[in-house]
Design a protein around this ligand. Structure first.
Ligand code: ASP
Length: 332
């Protein structure tokens, strides 16, 4: 076989380079005008079966229908949601990797010295999804029955009481920090990769209490599988009308709601973000989604909040707010 001459070699190299570019464009789905052409991974940075996972699966179905491709939930858990968020931050910025995260996006910078990503600089917000109340719940054999009893029991037995949470930077961790600060005690925290598995252990009595979204606790409260002490919103909620607020129980400092939003890596083209935002808006107006959320004590955000602009504003504000609170030692 005759070796290729210089002109032939240049032509081969040119052809290979062209093929490489085409393959790269195909594998990264790089044509924003044609988006989406393939299934989309949606990273949930907590375990399957927990509240973030539940809300994601609610909107994934109508978003898939709207986009004409499947949104495939990928649970990438660990370190309070920072493992999954870190993976999403470095994903190909082509719209085929989307992150669902919650309030933890705004608390992680203050809680982690070595956070591998910048929640503001490394992502483009797609839109807010929902804001979920939290509840303080105990295992059925945990002694206290009312919120007032819970407060005094935890204060008097802090050295033996255990609290489940989903890792440093998670919403349950944040609520636990507010609670311990308000009660002036420190209890033993038991971290899980999500509050789905934490709830299973709470129901089994392996841990005493947890503060978690209603999207993970309403079913167990209604079924009598856990004791419910209080809801962390200023007003009582419709789904659990008998549950007092933390303020009614004399603890207004334990007030927090968990907002959720969708993100893509920062370099993702705006046309792609617009497609995702439009599909999110359709999903949030879907009556099945509205009903499912209502059953679990929450609701989709208003359409003007399911936008990149409103989401970016809230993320910025919340990062500053929690940075100040945690930095001032409220969370320690
Ligand atoms: N509710 C969890 C948290 O505390 C996360 C989850 O499992 O969805 O952040």
């Amino acid at each position: 076989m005759t070796p290729a001459g210089p002109r032939k070699t240049a032509a081969y190299i040119g052809a290979l380079a062209g093929l490489g570019l085409i393959l790269a464009a195909c594998s990264s789905g790089a044509d924003p005008a044609a988006y989406p052409e393939d299934d989309i991974d949606i990273i949930v940075p907590f375990s399957a079966g927990g509240p973030t996972d539940t809300v994601t699966r609610m909107i994934a179905e109508p978003m898939s229908q709207e986009l004409g491709v499947q949104l495939v939930v990928q649970n990438v858990d660990g370190a309070g949601g920072t493992v999954g968020a870190g993976q999403a931050a470095t994903a190909e910025p082509d719209g085929y990797t989307v992150l669902m995260h919650h309030i933890g996006m705004s608390t992680a910078p203050a809680l982690y010295d070595d956070l591998a990503y910048d929640p503001i600089a490394d992502f483009k917000p797609v839109g807010l999804v929902t804001e979920v109340p939290m509840t303080i719940v105990g295992s059925s054999d945990f002694e206290p029955t009312t919120f007032e009893e819970f407060v005094s029991h935890v204060q008097e037995n802090a050295d033996t009481v255990t609290m489940a949470h989903a890792g440093e930077g998670s919403a349950s961790n944040l609520c636990g920090l507010l609670l311990m600060d308000a009660l002036g005690v420190e209890v033993t925290a038991v971290p899980y990769d999500g509050t789905g598995p934490a709830m299973a252990e709470l129901v089994g009595g392996q841990v005493d209490f947890m503060c978690d979204q209603t999207t993970n606790t309403t079913g167990q409260i209604e079924a009598g599988e856990v004791k419910a002490y209080a809801v962390t919103t200023p007003e009582r909620i419709e789904a659990l009308p008998d549950l007092p607020t933390t303020a009614e129980g004399g603890q207004p400092g334990i007030e927090v709601s968990v907002w959720h939003g969708l993100y893509v890596p920062a370099e993702t083209p705006d046309e792609v973000v617009t497609e995702l935002t439009d599909a999110l808006q359709v999903a949030l107006a879907d009556q099945t989604v509205v009903d499912q959320m209502a059953d679990l004590g929450t609701a989709p955000v208003a359409a003007d909040q399911a936008t990149p602009e409103a989401h970016a504003t809230l993320l910025q504000e919340q990062t500053e707010t929690w940075g100040d609170i945690i930095g001032a030692g409220q969370g320690g």
